[in-house]
Ligand binder design. Structure first.
Ligand code: SAM
Length: 191
């Protein structure tokens, strides 16, 4: 069992923990069962706010329950709509947008994120991101369509102007069975 180089989602949190502050406004672009929404809500504190998106009703009810259990429901807005439409709901600058792509194991329907809407949502995220804010994208390729989505995301983020953004990739190079990958995008301060 690894101590430091653990799951990609834990590696992600090492970065995100560094940048999130009390009072921040953030987005969970893929709510699912709400683990990340809850994590973000705890991090931004009672003066912060989380917008959380999913297209499955079950995600909303599962996440609502989780937040109620922890008294975090007042600082989160759960939105039943695609993350590609996030610009319609969020008009403030945000310090972080989290994407956890793919599907949610254990759900009735196999609803997966799709290249076209994922790219639109990443574009929308970059627009509402404040300087030094981070967009974080965890990518899985083991399911049908996953490899295509990964390629679309890589093609898109690789073309971002380095004067405006830093784009970092992390992945476990020696893992078998389609290890997940993590992309982090920081918006640079524009003078
Ligand atoms: N972060 C979640 C958690 O903590 O449980 C897991 C997310 S799961 C890997 C991916 C989620 O993205 C699924 O719940 C799926 O319904 C959702 N999804 C798929 N397409 C979407 C879209 N266009 N907009 C928002 N969510 C979408």
């Amino acid at each position: 069992r690894a101590k430091y180089l653990t799951k990609i989602t834990d590696i992600n949190k090492m970065y995100i923990d560094k940048i999130l502050k009390e009072g921040d406004i953030v987005v969970d672009a893929t709510m699912g069962n709400g683990y990340d929404t809850k994590y973000l809500a705890e991090k931004v504190g009672s003066s912060g706010f989380v917008y959380s998106f999913d297209i499955q009703e079950e995600a909303i009810s599962s996440t609502k329950k989780r937040l109620l259990e922890s008294n975090l429901e007042n600082r989160v807005k759960l939105i039943l709509d695609g993350h590609e439409n996030m610009g319609q709901y969020v008009d403030e600058e945000v310090s972080c947008v989290l994407f956890n792509l793919g599907y949610l194991p254990g759900f009735k329907h196999m609803v997966v994120t799709k290249p076209q809407t994922t790219i639109k949502a990443i574009e929308a995220s970059l627009k509402i991101l404040k300087p030094h804010g981070i967009v974080s994208i965890a990518i899985y390729t083991g399911h049908p369509g996953g490899e295509d989505e990964k390629n679309s995301v890589y093609d898109f983020v690789s073309t971002l102007d380095q004067k405006e953004f830093n784009v970092l990739e992390s992945s476990f190079l020696n893992q078998i069975n389609n290890p997940p990958r993590l992309i982090l995008i920081e918006k640079k301060k524009i003078y």
